[in-house]
Design a protein around this ligand. Structure first.
Ligand code: ATP
Ligand code: MG
Length: 340
């Protein structure tokens, strides 16, 4: 008997957890704060609070990088600390983990190993391709759809997939996400105004401005450092700077969507034009993104109701439904193939 079932969507910026017994979804930042390189001072949202604010002896680490686990031990510690935040956490539980498709076999296996070898003493671990989880979270009938495109705009990646006839036809993991948009904002503000802002400030600007609207006048006063005098000060940053920064990285994602469409078999492509494109992931919270994408690629685009948690909602549904359980599979199983 398994004690409980957990769903995990391990994102580069946020870990989403579904807890079956409590029937609850929650999320925390994928961050650890370490002192002396090993002692854990804080984890999750608390550790993120220390980012860009800490003295030199405290290191804030992000154990996921561009959609894959980059610091295995840190990630394992973080996951077990997060799970144990719940006083009723039980060892010997089953896990269903969403994984990216377009990564190496070793990178994919790391998701499985992370959980199966954790001190959470997992009883059983199954994995689900993240775009399948997204599709189920979107209430798409994966078994019977004749063609649909999903783009998950995340913190460090944009995962684009074409699904048809019960499986995945094409998938591309573009290593561009919110982090890269924010990096572009920091760079442009520095180059154009000799003013250095932090990544967190850039994220605030990106979240607050409605960059896909016609607004050209909005501005926000933010703190930073003048690079000529070296003095900390405040400056007004206009919406156009943020808009211009986002343009290139976003268009690279659009180009990747075009190229996936190009490679899609004609009947499936025709179905996608009829059924539309769905966008999920935290970045899909940006107001008007769906209209921008729709205008760019000329396919009816719909945004998920709660895009940050669409994939974990999908895992939730997989855990609860006998019918959908077959979407999850074990990597220990001999019939396992990397793309099904
Ligand atoms: N309301 C919002 N407006 C704009 N951006 C948002 C909003 N909410 C979240 N985001 C952005 O969404 C991103 C996180 O999305 P998500 O949780 O899907 O990423 P992730 O799953 O951790 O990353 P990845 O899938 O790339 O590994 C962050 O860059 C964050 O700034
Ligand atoms: Mg994600």
């Amino acid at each position: 008997m398994v004690r409980n079932v957990y769903g995990l969507d391990l994102g580069s910026s946020e870990i989403k957890i579904y807890d079956k017994r409590q029937d609850k979804i929650w999320s925390e930042k994928t961050v650890l704060a370490l002192s002396n390189r090993t002692d854990i001072l804080a984890f999750g949202n608390d550790a993120f609070e220390m980012y860009e604010k800490t003295p030199g002896n405290i290191e804030v680490v992000f154990p996921m990088k561009e959609g894959v686990i980059s610091k295995f031990d840190n990630m394992q510690n973080l996951l077990s600390l997060l799970l144990r935040k719940d006083k009723n956490f039980s060892r010997g539980s089953a896990y269903v983990v969403a994984v990216p498709t377009d990564v190496t076999e070793v990178e994919k296996k790391a998701f499985f190993d992370l959980v199966i070898h954790s001190n959470a003493k997992a009883k059983e671990v199954n994995i689900v391709e993240r775009s399948i989880a997204d599709a189920i979270g979107l209430n798409i009938d994966v078994e019977n759809t004749n063609g649909v495109m999903i783009a998950n705009f995340g913190g460090e990646t944009t995962e684009i997939s074409v699904l048809a006839g019960g499986g995945m036809v094409l998938n591309k993991l573009v290593k561009i996400g919110g982090y890269h948009y924010d990096q572009a904002i920091v760079n442009l503000v520095r180059r154009s105004q000799d003013f250095l802002i932090g990544m967190r400030t850039a994220e605030v600007l990106r979240k607050e401005f409605s960059v896909f609207s016609d607004d050209t006048l909005s501005g926000k006063v933010v703190s930073g450092r003048d690079l000529i005098t070296g003095v900390p000060m405040q400056k007004n940053i206009g919406i156009n700077v943020v808009r211009a920064s986002i343009k290139d990285p976003l268009n690279e994602c659009v180009r990747a969507m075009f190229s996936l469409l190009d490679r899609t078999p004609p009947e499936v492509r025709k179905a996608i034009y009829e059924n539309g494109l769905y966008i999920t992931g935290g970045i899909a919270n940006m107001k008007g993104l769906e209209h921008y994408i729709e205008r760019s690629i000329n396919i009816k685009t719909k945004v998920a109701a709660k895009p940050s948690v669409t994939a974990i909602r999908g895992l939730n549904k997989i855990v609860m439904s006998k019918e959908l359980k077959k979407m999850a599979y074990s990597m220990l199983n001999e019939s396992y193939r990397w793309m099904r």
